[in-house]
Design a protein around this ligand. Structure first.
Ligand code: AMP
Length: 404
């Protein structure tokens, strides 16, 4: 029997999301998540999608789960109860989403002690994310020591960005000393969606230039030339770029000095303000685009302004990345907002006919879980809606590495 299954783990600061996939047919065998780890009200939701357990549907466990170790052990027990345990000889690898790979990791990497130590050393660049990723790896290794563990980095797809675009225009020695540069994030999504968009156009990735707009709670844009990323909107951290659910995106860095000097805020307070209390939430009190749209539709001015600011920023990036690419074949919308909010797509593309962009408004407004084109027939640039699938991309990359 060839081992063809991959367990994908996405460990966040207080959650673990997981999927077990069979790469023989790219099917999903089980999915689930553990949330509120470390609290009294932890919750594990497990859904077997195949085998005898599938008929019973999703199962839920409520009650305290102390840490990531306990969470992963509980997940392993759920999988085992469905005959999908980590001891299965059919399991080929565990694929771990690792947020920050620094400049060191530009491709998926089999994890050994040295790699783990290097991921740990990148914690200062991603203090909220890499510690949870490290714990996830440690526990998975404990549970099944002989199994290849593969790290798939959120930054890796952006490693091809040319130096002049990756560098901030600051003192070079300072930048080098503190590893300050544009790394970019959401890389597995940008990789997957840019490739899927080429497929939708009936072309190979090498043949097309694509602007990918990943609009979820976090949001980022990328410019992909012939399958190679040449620019992205997130930077040293996932704070830069587009207006997001709770993050400001671009601002004059002097806002930070001003808040410190005049407002008396500490660095941690400013960090929290810009990462957790800004963006749509900061501007109108709601970070969920559904709520923003509903309120704006009812004439709420703050919500309408937040929506307008969100769309204005998107438009600026579409324009900038059109200039970066020179020729654009497609603009692809993905993630929670990009896939679902036709109003955002409509407003972002509105007025961009000179750039070759025009929508088929009816196609754009139709809901569908499938990848699809929503541009007008006459438009020079295709506009695509492509549901992202980061888990499948992580599993594909991990599986390719362990079977090559
Ligand atoms: P993600 O991070 O990709 O899971 O995206 C989550 C975000 O997508 C939510 O916070 C919502 O703002 C947005 N979203 C999800 N469904 C819809 C929808 N039907 N319409 C507008 N926005 C949506």
């Amino acid at each position: 029997m060839t081992a063809s299954r991959v367990l994908v783990l996405n460990s966040g600061s207080s959650s673990v999301k997981y999927q077990l996939l069979d790469m023989a047919d790219r099917s999903r065998l089980a999915v689930g998540l553990v949330e509120r780890i470390g609290e009294e009200t932890s919750r594990l939701v497990h859904e077997p999608l195949t085998g005898p357990g599938a008929a019973g549907g999703r199962r839920e466990q409520l009650g305290p789960i102390a840490d990531h170790g306990a969470a992963l052990r509980a997940v392993a027990a759920e999988l085992a109860a469905d005959g999908l345990g980590l001891d299965s000889p059919e399991l080929a690898a565990v694929g771990h989403r690792v947020v920050h790979g620094g400049t060191k990791f530009t491709r998926p990497t089999v994890i050994d002690d040295t790699v783990l130590a290097e991921i740990r050393s990148l914690i200062p660049l991603a203090p909220l994310h890499n510690p949870a990723n490290v714990t996830g790896i440690e526990v998975a290794r404990e549970l099944r020591a002989d199994l290849p563990q593969v790290a798939v980095f959120d930054t890796a797809f952006h490693a091809t960005i040319p130096e002049y675009a990756a560098r901030y225009a600051i003192d070079a020695a300072t930048a080098d000393k503190y590893a300050i540069r544009r790394y970019g994030f959401h890389g597995t999504s940008h990789a997957y969606v840019s490739r899927a968009t080429a497929g939708l156009l009936g072309k190979a990735p090498e043949e097309v230039n694509v602007i990918v707009l990943h609009l979820g709670n976090g949001a980022s844009a990328s410019a992909v030339r012939g399958g190679v990323c040449v620019e992205t909107s997130m930077g040293l951290t996932p704070l830069e770029g587009l207006v997001m659910g709770t993050r400001s995106g671009d601002l004059d860095p002097a806002v930070v000095f001003h808040l410190a000097r005049v407002g008396g805020l500490s660095v941690d307070e400013i960090d929290s303000l810009l990462n957790k209390k800004s963006g749509l939430l900061g501007m109108c009190g709601d970070n969920d685009m559904r709520e923003v749209l509903r309120r704006a539709g009812e004439g709420d001015e703050a919500a309408a302004l937040a929506f307008a600011a969100y769309v204005h920023r998107l438009k600026k990036y579409i324009g900038a990345y059109s200039a970066v690419l020179g020729r654009v074949d497609a603009v692809a919308f993905t993630a929670g907002v990009g896939e679902n909010a036709h109003q955002v797509r409509e407003a972002a593309v509105d007025g961009l006919a000179e750039l070759g962009l025009a929508l088929d408004l009816e196609a754009n407004a139709a809901r569908s879980p499938e990848p699809r084109l929503v541009s007008a027939e006459y438009a020079r640039v295709a506009v695509a809606v492509v549901p992202t699938d980061e888990e499948l991309e992580i599993a594909t990359q991990a599986y390719a590495l362990v079977t090559q």
